[in-house]
Design a protein around this ligand. Structure first.
Ligand code: FES
Length: 603
């Protein structure tokens, strides 16, 4: 990355007098040590203060650590069950250095880690659990500010949701993307090339041996997926929202500059603790609109839509699917990254990362939005430079014209809305009429997709339901349904697919996703039948089935609400309370904010 190191007010920079040249910080209240939240635990001269202090002494900390200096939590999503976050322990040590150098007391603690490749039935089932856990840990403990280390897909939105609800001074450091994959002399990307190679294997275009060799060439380092999948998208949006230091999204996970950034992040957290700048002051409607603009310009994941709706719900910021569609219609695709384009996150970083993209977007952004630096977005990117215009294109030379991002569809098949990523779809299928081939479950479709006699043509609209937040449960990333073997053998490589599921941000295809209400909630998707004519009209944002209302009412009358997939535990709590996709699939009782004050304190 060619742009300057993110400003942070770190001691080294302050010693050089760099801070004096920086614009004034906004939102700073300077609480001083007596206004620190942790003093309510540690500053008490009686029994309660004794209990808190002597247990820190039990952990081997001297009294110097809690003499009134800010207590900074390092919330770590490290786990051996989350390979994308395996390097976060090292990053946490660099954050700790930054905290200690700046006079803070650093305390690392674990948070539920969400490993995309392993968790079943879906990591999305657990996003709200991580958000709830982090929110409660921040509120319940003597912390003045928190650094949250995230990486793999759901960890970043869960952190943003938690911080929005607890509203404690906080900063996110995403773990950075893994290095580019290399296979037989060519560059290969996370997810995107897995889907391509899997279809090529099924079509007999690659051998099993090649497929196995590819398996060990794709992921060459720790870090999250290096395509513009959900993790890279959410890292970029975290920066656009103003919740991580400039340049934090794109630097590769193993780049030494990320360790420097981690140290800067720790140092900045100490300042945040005394300044009192809160997430709710940063993640405003303007900041969320900035994130929507960046999502469209970088060809971001459709998952980001769900996450931004949930984050906005926590903040009480009005946001709906039509807001998202309207931004998407105005913003061209500038970032030429897979799955919509050619490059990967290493090249994005070389080009200048998010600061360079923000600079290219210019007046399309709210440049006066306050960020975690205490300065505006416009001030943060004043020196940003785009060093690879073939990777981050100029506004007058986009990869794709405005409207190529996420389209929001409405119609009698999706009255609450559905989404489709235009840049990842076959342009010839964006306006399509065809007969439905409907499956009630994913398992039913998988049982027959290899059948050479399956009644399917290139015009078929493949529909799988029962994959929504309640129905699966947890809305898995299966919306890019594998093509029927019969069509693959005919050379067909895309098909209109409709579901109430999500799709990996690394995936592609003409896939209508997030249909709301989902079938398990009694949405019209539950009543479509094989043979019904489906009309997809993306230019006019329509998704309809040519079935009249009387017939739909007849079908609805014969429908009964399915039993929840699980009778107990988290899955039951989730299915009883999860909202539909058009509201971000949050739990209804987690929407909004509770603030950072614990409900009760001991006497
Ligand atoms: Fe972790 Fe893709 S599997 S980010």
């Amino acid at each position: 990355m060619s742009n300057p190191s993110p400003e942070s007010g770190n001691p080294e920079e302050a010693a050089l007098g760099a801070d004096e040249a920086q614009p004034e910080r906004r939102g700073a209240r300077n609480l001083g040590s007596t206004g620190l939240r942790s003093r309510s635990w540690l500053g008490d001269g009686g029994k309660n203060g004794f209990i808190a202090r002597h247990h820190f002494r039990q952990a081997g900390f001297s009294g110097r650590q809690f003499d009134g200096r800010p207590v900074i939590g390092i919330a770590n999503t490290w786990s051996e069950l989350t390979p994308c976050n395996m390097h976060l322990r090292g990053l946490a040590e660099a954050v700790r250095r930054g905290i200690q150098q700046s006079g803070g007391f650093a305390l690392e603690f674990p948070v539920l880690s969400l490993g995309e490749p392993f968790m079943r039935p879906s990591t999305m089932l657990y996003r709200n659990m991580m958000a709830m856990e982090l929110e409660e840990l921040c509120r319940a403990n003597p912390l003045d500010a928190v650094v949250v280390l995230t990486g793999c897909d759901k960890t970043t939105p869960a952190a943003l949701m938690a911080l929005a609800s607890v509203d404690i001074p906080s900063i996110i450091l995403t773990g950075g993307p893994m290095l580019n994959g290399r296979f037989r002399g060519r560059t290969v990307g996370s997810g995107t090339d897995i889907w391509k190679m899997t279809e090529a294997l099924r079509a007999g275009e690659v051998t099993q041996e090649e497929f196995t060799e590819f398996e060990s060439c794709l992921n060459r380092s720790p870090g999250h997926c290096m395509t513009m999948g959900t993790a890279s998208t959410m890292a970029s949006l975290t920066e656009a929202l103003g919740m991580q230091l400039p340049g934090g999204a794109a630097l590769p996970a193993v780049d030494s500059r990320r360790m420097v950034l981690a140290e800067d992040t720790g140092a900045r957290a100490v300042e945040l603790a005394t300044e009192g700048l809160l997430p709710s002051q940063i993640m405003t409607r303007e900041a969320i609109e900035n994130a929507l603009v960046v999502n469209a310009a970088c060809g971001g994941s459709t998952n980001a839509i769900l996450h931004l709706l949930a984050i906005a719900g926590r903040l009480g910021v009005p946001l709906d699917l039509d807001d998202i569609d309207s931004v998407s219609r105005q913003i061209p695709l500038l970032v030429d990254l897979m799955p919509s384009g050619r490059f990967l996150m290493e090249e994005f970083s070389d080009a200048g990362g998010v600061p360079a993209l923000l600079a290219e977007l210019g007046e399309l952004l709210h440049r006066d939005a306050i960020t975690i630096t205490g300065r505006t977005l416009g001030e943060n990117i004043a020196g940003a430079r785009n060093d690879r215009p073939e990777v981050i294109r100029h506004l007058d030379d986009p990869v794709q014209a405005a409207g190529s991002g996420t389209a929001v569809l409405h119609g009698n098949l999706a009255p609450g809305g559905a989404v489709l990523k235009v840049s990842a779809a076959d342009p010839n299928l964006l306006t399509h009429t065809g007969p439905a081939l409907v499956f009630d479950t994913l398992e039913e479709y998988h049982a027959v997709m290899g059948d050479p006699d399956l009644d399917v043509t290139a015009d078929t609209v493949l529909i799988v339901r029962g994959c929504g937040p309640k129905g699966y449960p947890g809305m898995p990333e299966v919306g890019n349904l594998p093509l029927p073997q019969k069509l693959l053998d005919q050379g067909v490589r895309d098909l209109v697919r409709i579901s109430d599921a999500r799709m990996s941000g690394t995936a592609f295809g003409t896939c209508v996703l997030h249909v709301a209400p989902e079938s398990a909630a009694g949405g019209p998707l539950a009543f479509v039948q094989t043979g019904d004519t489906i009309v997809l009209d993306v230019p006019n944002r329509r998704l309809d089935m040519l079935v009249d209302d009387a017939e739909l009412d007849r079908r609805r009358a014969g429908w009964t609400t399915p039993q929840p997939p699980s009778g107990r535990g988290w899955a039951r709590l989730y299915t009883d309370h999860v909202t539909q996709a058009d509201r971000g699939a949050d739990l209804d009782f987690l929407v909004g904010s509770s603030g950072s004050e614990p409900a009760r304190a001991p006497f």
